[in-house]
Design a protein. Structure first.
Length: 134
């Protein structure tokens, strides 16, 4: 499971069942249930920006809008296997993944509008952690 602290609430994302996720409101003390795609606990990678949560789940990458907890898929299932990722405050994702079409390990970037750009496909190394160095 994963916990995301928001301004006046806490979102609990269950990685075992897609029907057990909920948000607890600290203003009115109510709990609201949410459904997310079926997530595999051992394969889940989470990255949170100011406005969104990104969930890498094996061969899928989802964007969750923290304003209403709706989600959309960013990558086609079966194009990449995501190893690790990070996101900037302004929603630029950096990730290490296996490109399934050619079996190469890649480093890629997804911009705020969801467009993927491969930064390096020739290094053929797996990233363990994506950390921005300033």
């Amino acid at each position: 499971s994963y916990i995301i602290r928001k301004n006046n609430s806490v979102l609990f994302i269950d990685t075992y069942s897609n029907d057990n996720s909920f948000e607890f409101s600290e203003t009115d003390f109510k709990v609201k249930q949410y459904s997310f795609p079926k997530l595999t606990d051992y394969a889940c990678k989470f990255a949170v920006s100011d406005n969104n949560c990104y969930i890498g789940n094996g061969y899928d990458l989802y964007k969750v809008l923290l304003s209403n907890n709706s989600y959309s898929k960013l990558l086609n299932t079966g194009d990449y296997e995501i190893y690790c990722m990070s996101v900037s405050r302004d929603d630029i994702i950096h990730l290490s993944a296996l490109k399934l079409s050619n079996g190469k390990n890649i480093i890629a970037q997804i911009n705020a509008s969801g467009q993927l750009s491969i930064i390096d496909e020739n290094v053929n190394k797996v990233g363990e952690m994506m950390v921005r160095i300033r």
